[in-house]
Design a protein around this ligand. Sequence first.
Ligand SMILES: Cc1cc2nc3c(=O)[nH]c(=O)nc-3n(C[C@H](O)[C@H](O)[C@H](O)COP(=O)(O)OP(=O)(O)OC[C@H]3O[C@@H](n4cnc5c(N)ncnc54)[C@H](O)[C@@H]3O)c2cc1C
Length: 326
Amino acid sequence: MADILVVAELAEGKVKKTTHSAIAFARDAAQGSGGTFSILALGAGVAAAAAQLTGFGAAKVIVADDAGLAGYVCERYAPTVVAAAKAGGFGVVVATASAFGKDLLARVAGQLDAGYAADISQVKAEGGKLAYRRPMFAGNAYGWCSIDTATQVVTVRQSEFSPAEPSGGASPIEAFAVAPPCAGAERIEFVSFEQVKSERPELGEASVIVAGGRALKEKFKDVLDPLADLLGAAVGASRAACDAGYAPSDLQIGQTGKIVAPKLYLAIGISGAIQHLAGMKGSKVIVAINKDADAPIYQVADYGLVADLFQAVPELVTAVKAAKGA
Ligand SMILES: Cc1cc2nc3c(=O)[nH]c(=O)nc-3n(C[C@H](O)[C@H](O)[C@H](O)COP(=O)(O)OP(=O)(O)OC[C@H]3O[C@@H](n4cnc5c(N)ncnc54)[C@H](O)[C@@H]3O)c2cc1C
């Protein structure tokens, strides 16, 4: 039996959607192992977020609310997660594999002397023991692993765990004292968080993504934005497009970018290198537009159009407009 501790990701006092995927994992894992799950909300001014988290069926919502936790700094957050995990005797500590979760839980695992499985896509229980499915070799193979240390630390892929919905009920809230920061934390200061505001859905949460590659060159925005606007889609990019400065780097999808699994993924002028596929091949329907009929993207595409994108995409925009009566 393992009790699970979910580390919630909060921003500006609100619960980020990523947290719901970690809760979905926790529900599955707790059910499989015969344990319960609790949620840890840490930050400054997090009372409202903690209240929001009480509706998911957790045994308790643990709250570490302290001005010293204003703005995420790993060296200040990790000791409190470690202390909460030890105090509650939790067998598994989990967060979603966002930039926050990956950064924080690697350090937490180190401090707990715990085995760590990153980026897991599935969990199952065998005789009460948890096993985790995770990608290897840039997503070209998947393997099941289990962890033998007393405490296990995992991050879960947001794209693989459908966000948990509130299940009613009201979990009790328990205040938890913030632990002293790691040595050296006094030399690190949170200065500010500069968020790019966009009308579009976030890549991790979008049901449609229009992604472009190096082929779009300086026309990246001009060609893709009208299509994305019509489809209510998020815009993504290959690494080559980001590296060349055609698209901002926070749009990068792939092994070293974001992992996405929308209902519809349009790959426009993207060759389909394995590092790109590692980030999007879980998409439900993949449509590729590429002038090279042998491009590897066609090996994963459900629909393909061998064409010049500079001609095909404007024609597609016109056709979608006509179909929508716009
Ligand atoms: C360690 C490592 C990590 C990496 N991580 C990532 C990652 O996270 N994400 C990622 O994307 N890549 C990643 N890469 C890079 C990856 O290997 C590829 O170089 C990159 O994905 C290629 O991007 P691209 O398809 O846009 O460009 P290209 O390979 O240049 O392909 C452009 C495509 O556009 C087509 N094209 C050209 N002109 C037109 C036109 N007019 N109309 C239609 N089609 C056209 C071409 O036929 C071609 O297939 C990584 C590489 C390494 C080594």
